[in-house]
Every structure is written in structure tokens, then in C-alpha cells.
Write a protein that binds this ligand. Structure first.
Ligand code: MG
Length: 200
């Protein structure tokens, strides 16, 4: 495999969403374990995670547009991995199903990457094929030279593979543990393993 570019999902790939979800629950007056349980229902049923609000009998809160990550929410292995790959000359991108506000947050962190994008700005969400076509359009390389790294099999691994990319499953977070990663080309438990796993 001749990888030239590596693109990363955001939630539970680069970012530990624990604090985010707990803060969301706190502001909504929900116990965190209730929110997490509803999220688990959506994973088990193969639904959009936003269906959790329906399970809780709630409208999607407007808070989602204003609640931001904190730099300390980056998984400890995220920055070292981005730095290592960027220093070696690979084209590095961040592209996930995120709000415009979270894309702006990511850009403000001045991470060692070439591209920061989001479903909000592109107007297309994973797992739609057009999302992965946009990634190819951002790179001066073919799909088969791009590794896409994500924690979700349904939104990351399967559509990346269908697009002809090298599909990398990072096994952490709720989806990472609960979804079957058999379809992934590469499986890692942390981003610390990623460069070696990709042979970079
Ligand atoms: Mg994710």
C-alpha cells in the first residue's frame, strides 16, 4: 500500500467526547448515564446518533451549535500522531461529521494538518459517497493512496472502503467497541499504533 494522505474523523478518533457529552447532559438536566444509554440504543439499532433525542422524547437541543470541545479533549495520542505523519511529509486532513463551529474550533487549534473540513461546510455527511469524493478532491492523489481513520464502521470504515480508500478502524469510544471491525483494512487500538500499522 502506498499511502500519500491520511484523513481523520474527529469524534472518538482525535477527540475524546466524554467531557462534551457529560457537559451536554449537565446543561440539559439529564444524568449522563441516561444520555449514554440512549446513544447506545442508536448504535445497537444502526440509527443516526441524533435519534437519541427521539428516544428521550426531546427535541435536538440548540446547544449542539454552541458547545465546543476543549483542547484537553484531544486524545493524548492525537497530536503526536498528527505531528509524526506531517513531519514525514504525508498530506494530513481532518474531516468529520461536525458543525461549522466545531470546524472553526479545530482550525483555531493550529494542528499540524493541511486541511480541516466538516460536513457542515461541505454540505454532505458521512456515510454519503460524496463526502469521500470531497476528500479525494482535496488531495493530489488517488483514493487508493488515502487512508481514512475513524471509530465508526458504518460511517467511516465501510464508506471509505467503498470509495477505494484504505479504511482504518480505531477501536475506541462507544462505536469503536460495539461495531464489528472485520471490514476494516487496518485495525488499531490507538493512534500511537497508526504509523506502523500503515507502514509509514
Ligand atoms: Mg467518530
Amino acid at each position: 500500500m502506498a499511502v500519500k494522505a491520511v484523513f481523520f474523523d474527529v469524534g472518538e478518533t482525535l477527540i475524546n467526547e466524554l467531557r462534551y457529552w457529560n457537559e451536554l447532559a449537565r446543561r440539559l438536566g439529564l444524568e449522563p448515564h441516561v444520555l449514554w444509554s440512549a446513544l447506545g440504543v442508536t448504535i445497537a439499532r444502526g440509527e443516526e446518533h441524533t435519534d437519541l433525542w427521539r428516544h428521550l422524547g426531546m427535541e435536538p437541543p440548540e446547544l449542539l451549535d454552541v458547545l465546543l470541545y476543549d483542547r484537553s479533549d484531544l486524545y493524548p495520542d492525537a497530536l503526536p500522531c498528527l505531528e509524526a505523519l506531517h513531519e514525514r511529509g504525508y498530506f494530513i486532513g481532518i474531516a468529520g461529521n461536525q458543525t461549522a463551529a466545531l470546524e472553526e474550533w479545530a482550525r483555531a487549534q493550529e494542528l499540524p494538518v493541511d486541511v480541516v473540513a466538516s460536513s457542515a461546510r461541505w454540505g454532505v455527511r458521512k456515510p454519503q459517497p460524496e463526502f469521500f469524493s470531497r476528500i479525494v478532491a482535496e488531495c493530489d492523489c488517488d483514493a487508493l493512496e488515502i487512508a481514512y481513520v475513524g471509530d465508526r464502521v458504518d460511517n467511516d470504515v465501510l464508506p471509505a472502503k467503498a470509495a477505494g480508500m484504505i479504511a482504518v478502524h480505531v477501536r475506541r469510544g462507544p462505536w469503536g467497541y460495539l461495531q464489528d471491525s472485520a471490514a476494516a483494512d487496518v485495525r488499531v487500538d490507538s493512534l500511537a499504533e497508526l504509523p506502523e500499522a500503515l507502514g509509514l
